[in-house]
Structures are given as C-alpha cells and as structure tokens.
Design a protein around this ligand. Structure first.
Ligand SMILES: *Cc1c(COP(=O)(O)O)cnc(C)c1O
Length: 400
C-alpha cells in the first residue's frame, strides 16, 4: 500500500458515532466515575482526544514512537531544549531558523545552556566540534533560507558514538519527503504552521521521538510547561496532513521548474535549490529525500538590500510575507525579515547575502508563477542592473 493511502486510512473513523471526520473535543475536563477512574482523559492540558489523533498521526508519519503537539514550532523546539540541564551544550547548524537562534542564544544561554554553531553540511565539522559538554546536535535540512543539506545518517552515527541526541527540524522537507528517525535521528520537530497545516491558517508545532522513553519525557514537559495545541488547531493540522502528499508533489514540481528559470536569468547571481545539479549537496539530498521541496532562494547580481526590496515589492502572485508552505506563493527577504535578529556579519558568513530572496512556491499554476517573477524582474529592471556593466543593459532588457 502506498504511503498516501496508508496515511489517509490511519486517521481513525470515530468509534462512538462513525463520524468520518475526527471530532473536535472542545472541553477542558472529563467526568470521572470515581477519583482517578476515567476513560483515558482527565484534564485537557494533559491529554485531549483530538490532539491525541494528531499526535499518533505524526508519530506514524515520522516512523517514531511518540508524538506531541504544541502551540507553535518554537514551543516544540523549547520542549526539546528543556531535556537539557545547565552546563550542557547544543551543537547547531549555522544558518539555523532565526527564532531558534534567538531561543538558544537569548533565552537558554542565561540558564547555563550554551550553543555552538557549525557548518553541518560537512559531518566532519560536527565530529570536530563535539566536546564533553555536547548533549544535543541540532540540524535543519534543508536549512532556511539557503537550502543547505546535511547528511542525517552520517551525523546520527557521530551523535550515537558520542552519546548525544540528534534532533532534526524537518519543517522544510516534511515527512512526505524525508524521515530523519529512519536515518538514525532521535527526535524530529516541526513547525506544523508550514507544510503540515499547509493552508497558512494556524500556528502549531510537533515533536516526535524514536524511542518511547524519550517521548515520555517530552510528554511530561508538554504537560508540566503547558504549551499545548488547542483541539481546533489540532483538527486543522489533521485536515492539512490529509492532503500533504498531493500538495508536496505540486510544490516540488513547480519549485524545480522555477529554480531552472531563475538559474538562467541574467539578474540572478546564485540559485539555491537542492534539486539543481549545481547545488553542492545535490547527491546527499537525492539520497536521503524523495524530492527537493517547495522552497527556492536566490541572490541578485546587484547584491543590495535595496535591490531585494524593489523585487519583493514588485511581484503580484507571490505575496510578501514571512512563513512558507501554504497554498499561496510567498516571498521574503531574510536579511530584513526572518533573519534580522542575526547579526549581519554572522548572517553573511552563513551564506545569507544581503540580496537573498526566499520563495515559498504555492499551488498556483507553474506558468503563472514564472510569469509573475518575469514581470517583477522587468518592473525593477533599472535597480537590478549591475551599475558597472553598462553594456549589459540591452542584453538584460531583452531577457525580460
Ligand atoms: C517557522 C519555523 C519554525 C518556528 O515555527 P513557529 O510555528 O513559527 O513557531 C521553526 N523551524 C523552522 C525551520 C521554521 O521554518
């Protein structure tokens, strides 16, 4: 049976009524027959039947033992960090999601948990940076926004040999493309706000653990700290996941075509998409994922914030917004948006150029999206022209 069929039928029909859609249990508490005697639920922070369906579903999708749903992706990340103690160190991918960077450096550092950033695209770097204090290795693959790929299997081996946990933020790939736990990782986190929800209509986070024992610790933290996902939002994420495989296929197909279009455009400097042969980690991406995802980034030859601003305010279908993974195409300028909390020098050294633009390819017709980008290049032709190469102006003009 295919993954998509399995997925659709692993969402249970309601045993009480036969409802084909998962019921939303909008309740805070559950009546007990006698003190401590109940039907599996006592208080809705601790457990809720709608949330439980989502938690089982994501555990199945990620091939893990335990799933836990949180009020945001960052709350999910926060729960994983709380597995650590003062004095422990996190070894994290260098172009990490801005919110995770802020959480690690501005919240946990003051509780005595340190973080060291390395380029994890070379597993060797991870091996060399591990110290006796390192307890958690944190990777995103593909990363945000330069789509760097790290070898999950190789890093999992290093983690195991050094008794560290490996956590993979699988938000960009989604379990439809990549299952880190099957490649040796211990924990997967998701911002379900993105592809899993899939409709840009909620904020949610998920944690999945390979082993039950570690999952029980996450469940303890979920209840003890309380950052749970509501029943209604749990239901929305379930509904989003029902079409995940279909949506991801379309996102990936369009992203490949758009990345090839950008690669040929004279105003574009670099294109970042793991599906391109020119991507330095293309081979690893092809080995560990079924396809290459719906995010494409590119930088401009005119590498300034002004040029990027002109472009991101010129598209019509691509809406200027943070976030990704929804029905409608979005674009963003990381240097001024998602990555503005990362110091400019650190941002640049992680490969996020001043002009870097990130596209989240939506579900519109591919040609319409290509035309929208073409029109935007034309609209800001003047500012995108490399100032020194006057002779190139004409050539560029016709290419639009
Ligand atoms: C958006 C995002 C997060 C944070 O998730 P929220 O749901 O916004 O809290 C974490 N990691 C990645 C890779 C993301 O894109």
């Amino acid at each position: 049976m295919s993954n998509a069929t399995q997925l659709i039928h692993s969402i249970p029909v309601d045993p009480l009524t036969g409802a084909i859609s998962v019921p939303i249990y909008q309740t805070s508490t559950f009546v007990q027959q006698a003190p401590g005697i109940n039907q599996g639920y006592d208080y809705a922070r601790t457990g809720n039947p709608t949330r439980a369906v989502l938690e089982d579903l994501i555990a199945k999708l990620e091939n893990g033992a335990v799933g836990a749903a949180f009020g945001s992706g960052l709350a999910a990340i926060d729960a994983v960090v709380k597995l650590l103690s003062a004095g422990d160190e996190i070894l994290a991918v260098d172009d990490i999601y801005g919110g995770a960077f802020r959480l690690f450096t501005q919240v946990y550092q003051k509780f005595g948990i340190t973080v060291n950033f390395v380029d994890t695209t070379n597993a060797e770097n991870v091996f060399e940076a591990i110290t006796a204090k390192t307890k958690l290795i944190w990777i995103e693959t593909p990363t945000n926004p330069t789509l760097k790929i790290s070898d999950i299997e190789a890093i999992a081996k290093i983690a195991k040999a050094n008794k560290c946990l490996l956590c993979v933020d699988n938000t960009f790939a989604s379990p439809a493309l990549q299952q880190p736990l099957s490649l040796g990782a211990d924990i997967v986190v998701h911002s379900a706000t993105k592809y899993l929800g899939g409709h840009s209509d909620l904020i949610a986070g998920l944690v999945v653990t390979k082993e039950k024992e570690l999952g029980d610790k996450i469940k303890f933290l979920q209840n003890a700290c309380g950052a749970i996902l509501s029943p209604f939002d749990s239901w929305l994420v379930i509904r989003g996941i029902e079409t995940l495989h279909l949506r991801i296929k379309q996102h990936c197909d369009s992203a490949l075509i758009i990345s090839r279009f950008l690669e040929k455009h004279p105003a574009v400097d670099k294109v970042y998409y793991p599906g391109l042969k020119s991507h330095p980690n293309h081979a690893i991406a092809a080995k560990q994922a079924k396809a290459f995802g719906g995010i494409v980034s590119f930088s401009l030859k005119q590498d300034t914030e002004e040029a990027a601003t002109a472009f991101v305010t010129s598209t019509k279908l691509f809406k200027l917004a943070e976030s990704l993974g929804g029905i409608k195409s979005l674009l963003s300028h990381p240097a001024q948006m998602t990555h503005k909390t990362i110091p400019a020098e650190k941002r640049r050294s992680a490969g996020v150029a001043d002009s870097l633009i990130r596209l989240s390819i939506g579900l519109e017709e591919t040609n319409d999206l290509v035309n929208d980008l073409k029109d935007a290049f034309t609209a800001c032709k003047k500012i995108l022209q490399p100032t020194k190469n006057k002779h190139k102006i004409e050539e560029y003009g016709t290419a639009c």
